[in-house]
Each structure stands twice: as structure tokens, then as C-alpha cells.
Design a protein. Structure first.
Length: 125
């Protein structure tokens, strides 16, 4: 069994957003608990590290992403740029979970593994 937090870095609501019944996938064994005879698996690890995924993006670049979760108190919206890379955009009205948006990359902070974004187009693409 794979926990939902081990399926995706982006906060997804359901495993069905990433996986289908009968789909063949590569899974990494994270650990084995010999006391409980449980194997801890991870799917998200197969998509590369933060650094490997972030190298495809540059500050000042425009790209598309998928809105994933709105921060508490509407402080921002998490935008999935790649299956294993998420940035935080400033909050913008009328953005829905799962909606594709165009974003501007304001800042990439490798030492904190953060990407700051600005939503520039909130129409459904």
C-alpha cells in the first residue's frame, strides 16, 4: 500500500488524479518495518528530485501549472509545475482546484526548495 502523501508532492485530493486501476507503475521501497511486517512504498520518488525538476525553469519565465491547494487564510495557492515540483503563487480570486493556469516565475530559492509564482492568467486553458 502507498499512502497518498507518497504518491505526489502536490497536494492531491484522490489517488485517482495520478493512478488508474490496472496501471503498471514503478515504485520505490522507502523502508521495511520488520516489527510490523510493513513495507513503506513511494511513487513520487520516481519523478526525480526537486533540483532535477527545478532545472527546467528559470526566473522570469512564463509556464503553465495546475492549481492544487489554497493556503489557509488565502495566503497563496500551490501550483503544480511538474508531477514532483510545486510552487506557491499569490492568492487570486476565482481559481479552482485542478484548474490550469499560466504563471510567471518570480523567484527560485534552491536552498529552501521554493518557487515563488504569480498567476498571470486565470482563464481555463
Amino acid at each position: 500500500m502507498v499512502h497518498i502523501e507518497d504518491i505526489s508532492v502536490a497536494r492531491i485530493k484522490s489517488p485517482y488524479e495520478r493512478l488508474k486501476i490496472g496501471q503498471k507503475v514503478n515504485i520505490m521501497v522507502k523502508s521495511i518495518d520488520r516489527k510490523t511486517n510493513r513495507v513503506i512504498l513511494s511513487y513520487k520518488e520516481m519523478f526525480g528530485t526537486w533540483e532535477e525538476n527545478a532545472k527546467d525553469f528559470k526566473e522570469g519565465m512564463k509556464t503553465k501549472g495546475i492549481a492544487r491547494e489554497i493556503e489557509k487564510h488565502k495566503n497563496g495557492i500551490f501550483i503544480e509545475l511538474k508531477p514532483n515540483l510545486v510552487g506557491l503563487a499569490e492568492y487570486k480570486e476565482n481559481i479552482e482546484y485542478g484548474q490550469q493556469v499560466e504563471v510567471y516565475i518570480k523567484r527560485i530559492i534552491p536552498e529552501k526548495k521554493k518557487i515563488k509564482l504569480l498567476i498571470i492568467d486565470n482563464t481555463k486553458l
